[in-house]
Design a protein around this ligand. Sequence first.
Ligand code: ADE
Length: 304
Amino acid sequence: MAAARVASVFRSGLFNERVAIITGGGTGIGKTIARELLNLGCKVVIASRKGERLNKSADEMRQELDKDSPAKLEAIQCNIRNEEQIKSLISFTLDKFGKIDYLVNNGGGQFPSRLGDMSTKGWNAVIETNLTGTFQMTREVYNSWMKDHGGSIVNIVVNNWNGFPGMGHTGAARAGVVNMTKTLALEWAHEGIRINCVAPGTVYSETAAANYGGSDIFSGSIPDMPTKRLGTVEEVSAAVCFLLSPAAAFISGSTIKVDGAASLFKHQLFDIPDHDKTPAYTWGKSDAPTLKDTVETTDIKSKL
Ligand code: ADE
């Protein structure tokens, strides 16, 4: 029997006897993924840079486990920018549980800033964590276990398909992760490894609200979302569990967007002020009327 306190649409015992590592597993999306995997019988190792907060989360989640659940939870401090700490995380997991079936690369971080205002130090920090850290974790899990035994990897990325104004460092890093995912889906296919991404849209979590200075960033997004509501961490976790599970056996190199179609609609919390700075096409300049003379701006929305 698995713990009953977390809702999951997946069948009880789906991940019995499976072992997962989740980076950034002490808060937000990562913590919810840990909870759902535990609920489905998985043995889970959560890792995070901040050990104290991680251990608190682990204690909380352990208390939720039913006495007779096969699920187990371990927590270990690990900075994914540090190769030695990654190696320790992996040998800890192999010592405790004997294998690694799943890796969820969820650990990452960013801060709001336009690129023009960003220091190279700030840029590098985000690239090193979100892109290089994800690469290092993935490579080490591959070389230590999955190369010989197969496995499934899910990388948490971001809704950055039309650029990511206001957080261009993480947009660039996650675009790199999506491309790395496609490469590895091919390089490791013959070793029985599947690797995919989940790209959340605007999803509310208390940790994210604290990181980004309150809940305004979330409530301000709602009018520009097709769903007219925020996503939840549980909705992201469900996509991750699906991709890890045998239901996704024929899916690799893909990205599932969990964004309520927001990426098809418009940028949230970003607008471009009215301006006349777009350079004109002046090659072979003529006296023809300008576009501005020809087309008047109209409020077409009110007529549709
Ligand atoms: N979460 C945010 N930054 C991290 C890092 N450097 N290592 C692990 N988890 C993280």
